[in-house]
Design a protein around this ligand. Structure first.
Ligand SMILES: [Zn+2]
Length: 308
C-alpha cells in the first residue's frame, strides 16, 4: 500500500512551543537553517527514490523562493502551511483569512502554479475553529490536513474521522486528511510523525503503519519537519515541555526515517489520494447562520460530521 509522506518546511524556531521563547520580530535575526536542512531531506528522499508533499510556510517561501522551486523541481508536491505559523484558534477568522491568503500568494508566485493542499500550524483546526475550513474552500484548496483526531493540550478533535473524509459546507467541498492514529483501548493514539516518531521506539511506528494498512485498509500519513533531522540546531529558552517535545531524540530521526523509507512505500498526498476509492463518505453541512466569512454554524457542523 502507498502511504503519504509529508514534510512541514519551517525553521527550528517556528514550532508554537517556541512562541514564548522567540517573537516573530526576532526571526530574521536568528541563524537560518531551513535551506540546508530541507536539502538534507531532499537528498535523503532522492536516495530512496521517494516523493513527498512539502507543506511550505509562506515566511520561508518569501525568503527562499529558489528552495520552493527546487523542491518542486525534484518531483515533490508543494502545499501551504500558512504564512507566519500562528495558531488558528489564536488568529480568528479575519487574521486567518489574511495569513492564508498571503502564504498562498507567495508560494504560488514562487511556483507559477496553484497549490491545492493546506496544513495549519500545530494542527490548530479544532472544534471551535472549524470555520477555517470554509476559508480554505473559498481560497480553492482541495484538501486540508489539519485535524488531528486525538486529545492533546494544543490541538485535536478526539472522535473526528481517522481517515480521509469529504466535507461539504455552504462554501463548497474539501477533503480532510488526518494524520495517522491507531485505535486502541477505546482511544485514538498518534503514531506516525513529529515528536511521536522520535519519542516512541521505531517498532511502534512500524507496527502502527502495518495495522493501519492491513487492519484498517487505509494508507498511513507520516509527517516530519526538516529541523527534526538537525541535532545541532540552536537550543532556545522555551519551557520544559516544549524543549522536551522539540529536542528529544533528534539524533534518531534520520536513521529511523531511512528505515521507514526502506520498509514502506511512500508518495505525495496527491498521488496517494488518486489510489484511494472515490467513494469517500461525504458529510453535508446544512446551510445555517453564517458570519461574514461564510462560516457555518460550528456546533451543528461538528455534531453532524463526528464519527460515531
Ligand atoms: Zn509547522
Amino acid at each position: 500500500m502507498l502511504n503519504a509522506l509529508t514534510i512541514d518546511v519551517e525553521e527550528y524556531f517556528h514550532p508554537n512551543g517556541m512562541d514564548d521563547a522567540v517573537s516573530p520580530e526576532q526571526w530574521d535575526d536568528l541563524p537560518h537553517r531551513v535551506e540546508s536542512t530541507t536539502h538534507h531531506v531532499l537528498d535523503l528522499l532522492d536516495e530512496h527514490h521517494v516523493h513527498a508533499t512539502f507543506f511550505v510556510l509562506g515566511w520561508v517561501a518569501e525568503r527562499w523562493p529558489r528552495l520552493v522551486r527546487q523542491i518542486a523541481g525534484r518531483g515533490h508536491e508543494i502545499a501551504c502551511h500558512g504564512y507566519a505559523h500562528r495558531l488558528v484558534y489564536k488568529l480568528g477568522p479575519a487574521r486567518f483569512w489574511a495569513d492564508v491568503g498571503r502564504a498562498k500568494g507567495v508560494i504560488e508566485d514562487c511556483l507559477g502554479a496553484p497549490v491545492w493542499g493546506f496544513r495549519s500550524p500545530s494542527y490548530s483546526i479544532v472544534s471551535n475553529t472549524l470555520w477555517a475550513l470554509d476559508i480554505l474552500i473559498d481560497y480553492g484548496f482541495r484538501y486540508d490536513s489539519s485535524i488531528f483526531p486525538i486529545r492533546h493540550d494544543l490541538y485535536g478533535i478526539p472522535g473526528f474521522h481517522r481517515f480521509p473524509v469529504r466535507l461539504r459546507s455552504a462554501a463548497g467541498e474539501i477533503t480532510e486528511i488526518p494524520p495517522s492514529t491507531v485505535r486502541l483501548w477505546g482511544r485514538n493514539w498518534p503514531v506516525a510523525g513529529g515528536g511521536y516518531f522520535r519519542l516512541f521506539p521505531y517498532w511502534v511506528t512500524r507496527q502502527s503503519i502495518r495495522r493501519i494498512n492491513q487492519r484498517d485498509g487505509w494508507p498511513a500519513m507520516v509527517y516530519l519537519h526538516p529541523w527534526e533531522l538537525d541535532h545541532d540546531q540552536p537550543r532556545l529558552p522555551a519551557k520544559a515541555t516544549s524543549r522536551f517535545r522539540q529536542y528529544t531524540n533528534l539524533r534518531q530521526t534520520e536513521p529511523r526515517l531511512r528505515r521507514l523509507l526502506r520498509e514502506f512505500r511512500f508518495a505525495p498526498i496527491c498521488e496517494v489520494m488518486q489510489a484511494v476509492p472515490k467513494t469517500l463518505i461525504t458529510h453535508i453541512i446544512r446551510p445555517t447562520t453564517q458570519c461574514h466569512h461564510r462560516c457555518t454554524d460550528v456546533n451543528q457542523w461538528f455534531n453532524e460530521t463526528i464519527s460515531p
